[in-house]
Design a protein around this ligand. Structure first.
Ligand code: MRU
Length: 354
C-alpha cells in the first residue's frame, strides 16, 4: 500500500447515547454536518429526503432505525415487543421503494428477532442492536471485497466513468463502484475518474466529486450529456456504477441516466460493470420489469438548485429516480464473492453459494 486513503463514514451508531449519527448528504459539498437521530420518524424522513442515501447506507440506517424504534417500546413480553417491532419495520419500509437493501436489512432484523424467541424484552432489544451493528460492520468488509474484485478488471492510468454516487458515503465504508478507485489509489494506480453530475439531485457533482477530491483521487466533473464525448475522445476505458436492485436475469436498477451511459458504452465498446453487494441482488425479481421505480417530486426538476424557477410555472414533469439497465449491456456484475458474467440467471445464484 503506497498512500492509505482516508474515507468519511456517513452512517454509524453512537453506542454510548444510542443515537444514529448521519452525515447530512443533502448539504454537501457546502457543509459537513452530522445529524443525531433517535426517533424513527426522523430516520424515515432522513431516508426519504436522501440525507442518507445509496442502497447499502439506506439499509444500514433502516436497521438502526428498527433497533431504535423498537427500543422505545414499553412492551413487557416477547410477543408484544414483536408487534411493536413489526409496526416500526413496516413504517421504515415505506421510506423508499427501489433499493432492495432497505427491505433486506429490515428482513434480517426480523429474522434476528425471531431467533431470540422466548427471551426477555431486554435481551431482544440488545440482540437487535447487535444485529444492526453487524450489518454495518459486514458492509465495510463487503465493500472492500467488491473493490478487490473490481480492481482486478482495471489497469493503472485508466480513465473511469461513474454515474451518481456509489462511494464511501453511500455505504458503511469504501463504496461499491468507488471501492476499486480507493484501493487503486492506495496502490498508485493513478486512475482518472470522470464523474457524471447526475441530474436532478447532482449526486455525482455534490458527492462523488467531493469525496474523491477529499481522498486525493484525480476526478473530473462532467455534465450528464458529456459522457458520449469523453468516451469518443478515448478518455474512458471502463464504466463502473453501483446499483439499487439487480434482478435474477441481471437487469440492474440504478440512478436515472445509468442505462443511457450503458448504451453509450456499448456503442464505444467500453466495458460496463455494475458493482453490487449480494444484498442488492433480488432473485425474486425475475427481470427489471418487476423492479418498482421510485417517482419523486417535480420540484427536484423545476426549482431545486436556483432561486429562480428553472422551468415555466405549472409545466408537467416526469421524475423517475432510477432506470433499469438491460442485462445485455452489462459486461459483469461485481459482488463480494466474485464477478458474475452472462448468463446471469446461472451466474448470480452461484455467487450466493460461495
Ligand atoms: O437516489 P440515491 O442517491 O439513493 O441513488 C443512489 C444510487 O443510485 C447508487 O448508485 C446506488 O444506490 C448504489 S450505492 C453503493
Amino acid at each position: 500500500m503506497q498512500n492509505p486513503v482516508t474515507v468519511i463514514q456517513s452512517v454509524r451508531l453512537d453506542d454510548e447515547n444510542d443515537t444514529l449519527v448521519l452525515l447530512d448528504q443533502t448539504l454537501l459539498p457546502n457543509e459537513t454536518k452530522f445529524l443525531e437521530l433517535k426517533e424513527m420518524e426522523d430516520i424515515w424522513e432522513a431516508i426519504y429526503q436522501l440525507k442518507v442515501r445509496g442502497a447499502p447506507a439506506i439499509g444500514i440506517a433502516a436497521a438502526y432505525g428498527a433497533y431504535l424504534g423498537t427500543k422505545k417500546s414499553t412492551a413487557e413480553t416477547y410477543e408484544a415487543l414483536f408487534a411493536d417491532f413489526t409496526k416500526v419495520k413496516d413504517y421504515l419500509a415505506t421510506s423508499r421503494p427501489t433499493a432492495v437493501n432497505l427491505f433486506w436489512a429490515l428482513k434480517r432484523m426480523e429474522e434476528r428477532f425471531k431467533q431470540e424467541a422466548g427471551k426477555s424484552v431486554a435481551k431482544v432489544k440488545a440482540a437487535l442492536k447487535e444485529e444492526s451493528e453487524n450489518i454495518r460492520a459486514e458492509d465495510e468488509k463487503i465493500c472492500e471485497a467488491i473493490g478487490e474484485h473490481a480492481l482486478s478488471l482495471l489497469e493503472p492510468g485508466w480513465g473511469i466513468l461513474t454515474h451518481c454516487n456509489a462511494g464511501t458515503i453511500a455505504t458503511a465504508k469504501y463504496g461499491t463502484a468507488l471501492a476499486p478507485i480507493y484501493l487503486g489509489q492506495e496502490k498508485g494506480y493513478n486512475f482518472n475518474v470522470y464523474a457524471d453530475e447526475t441530474r436532478p439531485l447532482l449526486q455525482g457533482a455534490r458527492l462523488t466529486a467531493w469525496e474523491l477530491q477529499q481522498a486525493g483521487v484525480d476526478v473530473t466533473l462532467i455534465c450528464d450529456n458529456m459522457a458520449s464525448i469523453v468516451m469518443k475522445e478515448g478518455k474512458i476505458q471502463a464504466v463502473l456504477v453501483g446499483c439499487d436492485r439487480v434482478a435474477a436475469n441481471g437487469d440492474s436498477a440504478n440512478k436515472i441516466g445509468t442505462s443511457g451511459v450503458a448504451i453509450l458504452a456499448k456503442h464505444y465498446n467500453i466495458p460496463f460493470y455494475v458493482c453490487a453487494p449480494l444484498s442488492t441482488i433480488d432473485l425474486e425479481c425475475k427481470t427489471g420489469d418487476d423492479i418498482h421505480i421510485e417517482l419523486r417530486p417535480s420540484e427536484e426538476i423545476t426549482t431545486k438548485w436556483y432561486e429562480q424557477s428553472m422551468a415555466p410555472e405549472g409545466v408537467q414533469t416526469y421524475n423517475p429516480a432510477f432506470d433499469v439497465t438491460d442485462h445485455s449491456l452489462i459486461t459483469g456484475i461485481v459482488t463480494e464473492n466474485g464477478i458474475a458474467y452472462a448468463p446471469y440467471t446461472e451466474s448470480l445464484p452461484k455467487m450466493f453459494k460461495k
